[in-house]
Write a protein that binds this ligand. Structure first.
Ligand SMILES: Cc1cc2nc3c(=O)[nH]c(=O)nc-3n(C[C@H](O)[C@H](O)[C@H](O)COP(=O)(O)O)c2cc1C
Length: 210
């Protein structure tokens, strides 16, 4: 029989997880220097739809998320992408084989939401469920008219998406931004609230070598 003392860390973790219903996966510190010259990355930026199944190493995922929607000015908490009145009303969800997560930029961590493979719901195109990472851009824009919310959400997702395109160009990764996603089904699976709206999704992975 296991000693009670050996179970205490597990119990503490379980209680903490039950209390928050969440577990956090710390990402390695992101790399914020180097990469390809910007103009060269712009020259090769493109959409690709053939993905190798290989997962992204934690450091690459960390760099990707920081490039996408990380904090580039820690003093003010401002981000790599602009947002209307700096409201930052967008969350990046990460759908991988091992589960679904929300990126917490402040902690530079992934908040585990579900230990399920939701990649089959992350898009309607066949390559989506075989690619290692699908980013889901979820707006929680609350203010303004319904039009404002859609326009701001679309712009916000566009800025983040282009950061991802340029990062992928620089790192030799394949990516495509996608509107083709069953938003209702994915929102239900991710347990999104009524004020959250899936704007776009973006698949990322290694290109298939030809
Ligand atoms: C708002 C938006 C939605 C898109 N939706 C999809 C999509 O659902 N599936 C897809 O394969 N590509 C999608 N794309 C990618 C475009 O097809 C692609 O950007 C376009 O063909 C130009 O190719 P390029 O990105 O290589 O320049 C989308 C692009 C944008 C901006």
């Amino acid at each position: 029989m296991r000693k009670l003392s050996s179970l205490i860390p597990f119990i503490v973790l379980s209680c903490a997880a039950a209390a928050q219903d969440l577990a956090q996966v710390q990402l390695p510190a992101p790399r914020m220097e180097g990469g390809m010259p910007l103009l060269q990355a712009l020259r090769i930026r493109q959409s690709q739809r053939d993905f190798a199944p290989d997962p992204l190493p934690p450091q690459v995922l960390s760099n990707l998320l920081w490039a996408a929607w990380g904090i580039n000015r820690p003093d003010s908490g401002k981000r790599n992408a602009p947002s209307a009145m700096n409201r930052q009303e967008m969350d990046v969800y990460v759908v991988q084989a091992d589960g679904a997560y929300r990126y917490d930029a402040k902690a530079h961590a992934l908040v585990l939401l579900l230990k399920e493979d939701l990649r089959g719901l992350a898009g309607t195109q066949p390559f989506v469920k075989g690619a290692p990472v699908n980013l889901i851009y979820v707006s929680r824009a609350g203010g303004g008219t319904a039009d404002d919310r859609l326009i701001y959400g679309g712009a916000q997702a566009g800025f983040i998406s282009e950061n991802v395109y340029l990062f992928c160009a620089s790192e030799g990764l394949a990516t495509v931004v996608r509107g083709s996603v069953d938003r209702a089904a994915l929102a239900a699976a991710l347990k999104l609230g009524p004020d959250q709206k899936i704007i776009l999704a973006q698949t990322v992975g290694y290109p298939v070598k030809k």
